[in-house]
Design a protein around this ligand. Structure first.
Ligand code: AMP
Ligand code: ZN
Length: 498
C-alpha cells in the first residue's frame, strides 16, 4: 500500500511578503510545487551574504521535498542586462568586468557561474531543477515586450522600450509588494535628466538600445540592444512554471524595485498576478552592516574554509557555516562574527557526537524521561511554522540532552522509540537541514581515493605486463605530481599520499 505523503497531514504555513501574514500553503496543483528564486549576477565571486540567501531557499526546497511534494525549482543565472544602477543607467555589470579583465563577457559568466556552483556544492545545496540564463531567453523576452506594448503598458522611445508605471497604476497597484505609494514616489522624485527617454522616473526599461561601445547586444524590432534586468525573471518563471505559480523567492533587497517590477510585468502581460507566495530572505551583516560587494563589506566563503582573514580565529568547515546560518530564522537579520561561528561549531560537534552515541544505545522495555511522539511533533511544528530552523535546532538539542542521559543510564528507551528517534534525527539533521557529518564525509572521500589509486596501480601493472612502459611511467609520474607516491615492493605496489 502506498504511504500517504506527509503534506497531507502537515499544515505548512509560509509568511507571504505581499500580505504580511503567515498563510497556509496550498499549491496550485495538488502534490506539486513551482518555485522560482532569483539567482546571482555572475560578474564576481559570491560572498557569504549571497550564500545565506541560497542556503535559506535550499532549506525551503529540502523541506518541501521532504513533505512529499514534487518540486520544480527554477533559479536563474543573470548573465546580461543587469546595469550598475537600478535607474537603468551605467554599464552592464558583466560587460564592465569583461572590459576590465580584457576577456569575453561569456568568459566572465563561465568563471563566476562555476565559482557559484562550486561554493554552493560545498555548502551541500541541492542544485535547482532548471537553471536558465538571461542570454538564453532573448527571443522570449522580445515576445513579452511586444505583448506588453500591445496591451498599452509600455512605450517606445529612441529605440528603447519602457514600462509605463503611471499607466499601469491606473488599473493595477504598483507598489503592493513593497508598500510604496506611486503617487508619493512621483511627487518625491527628482526631475528626469534632459537626456532621459522616460516619461516618469519610475518607468523602467524592458529593452535598452545599446550604445556603440556596449558589446552584449541583440537585434530586436526596436534597436540593437539588450533586455532590462527585471524582464528575465518574468520570462523564465512564466516559461518553466506557468503564468501563475506557487513560490517566488529572493533576498529582501530585491523586493523593490526588482520584484515589484516583476509583478507589474506579469500582470501587464497576462492580466493576472504571477505569484501566490512571495518569500524574502533576510540579510547577512558584517559589523552590523549588510554584506555587499559594492561597499566591500564582505567575507568570502573561501576565507571561511581557509581561515585566511584577520577577523577569523581559525578555518571553519562549510557545514559549520551552514549550521551557523540555519541557527537564525531566514527572515531575521544575522550578524556574522568569528565568535558566533565558533559557538556554532561547538553546538555542531555536540550534535554529531550525540548521533554517534545513539548508534550504541541499547533499547529497554519502556521509554522513560522523554516523550518521543511529542518531540517529533515539535520538530514538524517548527518547520511548518514558516521554516523555523532555529526552533527545530533547539528541539534537536532536546534530543541531544536525552541521548546523553541515556548514555549515562539515567533514562531508558523502548525499541520502537529508539527507531523513531534515530530515523527522525537523521532525517532532520541530514535531509532537511542539509548538514554533513565531517567524519563520515572524510572517510567516504578517502575510501574513494584509495579505490581510484588501486585502480591506477592495476592499470599500470597491466601496461607494464604488455611492455607498454611509457604508459606505466606516465601513471607513476602524474600521480607523483599530484602528491601520490607509488612504491614497488616484493608484495606488489603500495602508495603514500603526501
Ligand atoms: P546578486 O548577485 O547581487 O543579484 O545577489 C544574489 C542574491 O544574494 C540576491 O538574492 C540578493 O538578495 C542576495 N544577497 C545579496 N547580499 C546579501 C546579504 N548581505 N545577505 C543575504 N543575501 C544577500
Ligand atoms: Zn529576479
Amino acid at each position: 500500500m502506498a504511504s500517504i505523503p506527509l503534506y497531507k497531514t502537515q499544515e505548512l504555513k509560509i509568511y507571504n511578503s505581499i500580505t504580511g501574514q503567515k498563510e497556509t500553503f496550498t499549491p496550485l496543483t495538488e502534490g506539486n510545487v513551482g518555485m522560482y528564486v532569483c539567482g546571482p549576477t555572475v560578474y564576481s565571486n559570491v560572498h557569504l551574504g549571497n550564500c545565506r540567501t541560497f542556503i535559506s531557499f535550499d532549506l525551503v526546497f529540502r523541506y518541501l521535498k521532504h513533505l512529499g511534494y514534487k518540486v520544480r525549482y527554477v533559479r536563474n543565472i543573470t548573465d546580461a542586462g543587469h546595469l550598475e544602477s537600478d535607474a537603468d543607467e551605467g554599464e552592464d555589470k558583466v560587460s564592465k568586468k569583461a572590459r576590465i579583465e580584457q576577456l569575453e563577457p561569456m568568459e566572465i559568466v563561465q568563471r563566476y557561474t562555476l565559482d557559484f556552483h562550486n561554493i554552493l556544492a560545498k555548502f551541500n545545496n541541492i542544485p535547482p531543477s532548471i537553471e536558465p540564463t538571461a542570454t538564453g531567453h532573448i527571443v522570449e523576452q522580445i515576445e513579452i515586450i511586444k505583448t506588453i506594448l500591445d496591451k498599452g503598458f509600455a512605450y517606445e522611445a529612441n529605440g528603447s522600450v519602457y514600462f509605463d508605471v503611471k499607466k499601469f497604476n491606473e488599473t493595477n497597484h504598483y507598489g503592493k509588494l513593497s508598500g510604496r505609494n506611486i503617487e508619493e514616489l512621483i511627487a518625491n522624485t527628482r526631475e528626469l535628466t534632459a537626456q532621459s527617454d522616460k516619461k516618469n522616473p519610475q518607468d523602467f526599461a524592458l529593452w535598452k538600445k545599446a550604445e556603440p561601445q556596449h558589446i552584449m547586444r541583440w537585434p530586436s524590432p526596436w534597436s540593437d540592444g539588450f533586455p532590462g534586468w527585471h524582464l528575465e525573471c518574468t520570462v523564465m518563471s512564466t516559461k518553466y512554471l506557468g503564468e501563475q505559480f506557487d513560490i517566488h523567492g529572493g533576498g529582501m533587497d530585491l523586493k523593490f524595485p526588482h520584484h515589484e517590477c516583476e509583478i507589474a510585468q506579469g500582470e501587464a502581460a497576462t492580466g493576472q498576478s504571477p505569484v501566490n507566495y512571495w518569500m524574502h530572505a533576510n540579510m547577512l551583516t558584517l559589523n552590523g552592516k549588510k554584506m555587499s560587494k559594492s561597499t566591500g563589506n564582505i567575507i568570502s566563503p573561501a576565507e571561511i574554509f581557509s581561515g585566511d582573514n584577520s577577523i577569523l580565529s581559525k578555518a571553519f568547515a562549510p557545514t559549520v557555516a551552514r549550521f551557523f546560518m540555519l541557527q537564525a530564522h531566514y527572515r531575521s537579520v544575522l550578524d556574522f562574527s568569528s565568535d558566533a561561528l565558533e559557538a556554532s561549531e561547538k553546538g555542531f560537534i555536540r550534535l554529531m557526537e550525540a548521533l554517534e552515541t545513539l548508534k550504541s544505545i541499547k533499547a529497554s522495555e519502556v521509554t522513560n524521561g522523554f516523550d518521543i511522539t511529542k518531540w517529533v511533533d515539535n520538530c514538524y511544528d517548527a518547520m511548518n511554522d514558516d521554516f523555523n530552523s532555529p526552533i527545530l535546532i533547539a528541539n534537536l538539542f532536546e534530543a541531544v540532552k536525552f541521548i546523553n542521559t541515556l548514555k549515562e543510564e539515567k533514562a531508558s528507551i523502548s525499541k520502537e522509540d529508539l527507531t523513531t528517534l534515530t530515523e527522525h534525527l537523521n532525517t532532520f539533521v541530514f535531509d532537511v537541514l542539509g548538514l554533513v557529518n565531517l567524519n563520515e564525509a572524510s572517510s567516504d572521500t578517502s575510501d574513494k581515493l584509495s579505490g581510484t589509486v588501486e585502480l591506477l596501480i592495476k592499470l599500470r601493472a597491466e601496461a607494464r605486463a604488455n611492455k607498454d612502459f611509457a604508459t606505466g611511467d606516465k601513471i607513476r609520474d602524474e600521480l607523483l605530481a599530484l602528491g601520490i607516491q607509488l612504491k614497488d615492493g616484493r608484495e606488489g605496489t603500495t602508495f603514500t599520499v603526501n
